[in-house]
Write a protein that binds this ligand. Structure first.
Ligand code: URA
Length: 239
């Protein structure tokens, strides 16, 4: 992502005011890729360009993390010829470097992380890490505790046996039933397949939690917020 050089400098050196950053640039103290730049408005990409102040190289927090409240109807992909993708919801993001961590179905909404940090994504999706993913699902008809009980032991979906899941029946939604279901895996259509297995059908699905990370209050579908690496890892792996 590109920033004005003066703005970027205040991000990289937290003690600098905007005015001080402008002065430093105009005074020839700032180099981009070794070349003095005196225009504070010069668009600069800290991920691909090296910035230095008074000969000292400034380090940029290379990885960024976005928590998106994915709306239904948007693809969990980096680009698509026809459909809007989750990356299209974050203006200015580099479609070559950023990606969603795992996928939510086209009609699923809720918590989706977007990052350029491949190691974190790999870690999070690893079944060994057992990061909980909690979903709110509206299931067709009346769904009872007895029907859901087998999911707590694991059920055979044909191509794999699910790990034990936890559930809580939330409310009646007209003739249907709203439930919270927590799983630790993320196989293709997993929640929909688990609910089909117990004889119902998912009519609406929203991911509400990953580890200790939830959708911030007031973050509407389609909106996102940026998290620091510290906040993200603290919340994700909170027990
Ligand atoms: N399970 C599903 O069936 N769909 C999703 O989008 C996520 C989990």
């Amino acid at each position: 992502m590109k920033f004005r050089l003066d703005r970027l400098l205040t991000k990289l050196v937290s003690t600098l005011s905007r005015k001080q950053a402008k002065d430093a640039i105009r005074g020839g103290r700032v180099r981009v890729d070794g070349v003095v730049v005196t225009d504070p408005e010069r668009k600069t990409d800290p991920e691909t360009e090296t910035i230095s102040l008074d000969g000292r190289e400034l380090t940029y927090a290379k990885f960024r993390y976005f928590l998106l409240n994915k709306p239904a109807g948007v693809l969990s992909a980096t680009r698509d010829k026809k459909k809007k993708t989750v990356l299209d919801l974050i203006p200015g993001i580099d479609h070559e470097r950023y990606f969603p961590v795992g996928r939510l179905d086209l009609d699923t909404e809720g918590l989706l992380l977007i990052t350029n940090d491949g190691a974190l994504a790999h870690d999070l999706l690893s079944p060994k890490k057992h990061v909980e993913k909690e979903y709110y699902a509206v299931c067709r008809g009346i769904v009872t505790e007895e029907m859901l009980a087998p999911l707590t032991k694991g059920v055979d979906l044909g191509d794999f046996v699910t790990a034990p899941a936890a559930f809580r029946i939330a409310e009646k939604e007209g003739c249907d039933t709203g439930i919270f279901l927590t799983i630790t895996e993320g196989k293709f259509h997993q929640v929909k397949r688990m609910i089909a297995h117990i004889g119902s059908e998912v009519l609406f699905l929203r991911r509400v939690r990953m580890g200790g990370l939830t959708i911030p209050e007031g973050l509407a579908p389609g909106e996102y917020t940026e998290l620091s690496a510290e906040t993200l890892t603290r919340l994700l792996y909170a027990k």
